[in-house]
Structures are given as C-alpha cells and as structure tokens.
Design a protein around this ligand. Structure first.
Ligand code: ZN
Length: 180
C-alpha cells in the first residue's frame, strides 16, 4: 500500500507554521492518522517524523529510533506517538552531532542540542508521560519538537562549515567505520 502522505520540504510555507495542540486524542480520525503516519515513517526508514512534515499543522510526532546505517548507535525503542509535547527542563550543556531530515533531502549537519531534557507528553491512549531523555533520544525529541514550532535543524547550525551533502557524509561515515 502506498502512503497518502507527501513530505513537505524546506521552502514550503507549511514547514514554517507553528502547529496547534491536539484537542481530541481519542478521535477516530486522529487515531487513523497516527496509524498512517507510523506506517509512512517505517516505509521511509526515518527515525521520526513530525505532523507538519506531512502538512498536518498539529502538535504531534512519531519517534521510531532503531539502529541503522546512518545511526548505528541509535537505541532500539518501541514506536512512540508523542502528542502535545513540552520540554520542562533542559541541561545547560549542549552537544553537537549529525542530523538530517526528510524535509531537507541531501543535507546533513552538526547541530547543537541540549544533552539532557525532561519532557511531558501524551501517548495515543491518553496516558500522560513525564520522562528524562539524554543522548540520541534527547536529540531526536528536540529535532521533532522544533518542527511543531516551524523550525528545522538548519536554523540551529552554527557554521556553514558544519554542513555537508549526504553523499559526502556517507563517505566520511564509511572512512571512520574502517578506522574503528
Ligand atoms: Zn526533521
């Protein structure tokens, strides 16, 4: 089955809108949208996708962390629907690491993110979650939350020298993999 979604890319106004809170988590059409978006992110092999990336101006995203070629160190995590998320606290310390985005094809960049965050969000069954994240999941969460505020990772890049094309990045990844 092919997906009903198309990715909104950098340059399209829909990617820059501030999304509205989800008001009815248990609404059947919202639940169906979640199922469809989970299927879509799995088809694309993404680590996550935020609703505005498929033109839905609502505050939710899917986290789908799993190790793959781009992120061999990504933790295996059950697919999680993150609804109406907030960051309650963050560390002062930041880390830079590589990110990419389905909405910015062909580009990778080193992006500074808070090392640790405390967050609150709702699951699709209406459960309120309060959790502490660090490392890869903290980065993923911050990346996806930015999309709900109309921001993309390139907005946070400190220097154009921290950017590279995806093909250059793959060359770098393979050469460092050989050394270790
Ligand atoms: Zn993204």
């Amino acid at each position: 089955m092919t997906s009903q979604f198309t990715i909104v890319e950098l340059g399209e106004a829909a990617l820059r809108r501030v999304a509205e809170p989800v008001t009815a988590i248990d609404a059947p059409d919202f639940q169906q949208q979640l199922d469809a978006l989970i299927q879509f992110v799995q088809q694309r092999g993404g680590m996550g996708i935020a609703a505005p990336q498929v033109g839905i101006a609502q505050r939710f995203f899917i986290m789908s962390s799993h190790p793959n070629e781009r992120y061999p160190y990504a933790p295996e995590m059950p697919i999680t629907c993150v609804i109406n998320p907030q960051i309650l606290w963050h560390s002062a310390e930041t880390d830079k690491d590589w990110e990419g985005c389905l909405s910015v094809p062909g580009l990778r960049a080193l992006v500074p993110r808070y090392q640790q965050i405390s967050v609150r969000y709702w699951l699709r069954d209406g459960t309120l979650i309060e959790a502490d994240y660090d490392g890869f999941i903290a980065r993923l969460f911050q990346h996806e939350l930015d999309h709900l505020d109309g921001k993309v990772f390139v907005d946070r890049v400190e220097s154009s020298l921290d950017m590279m094309t995806e093909s250059s990045w793959y060359k770098l990844l393979r050469s460092t993999a050989k050394e270790t």
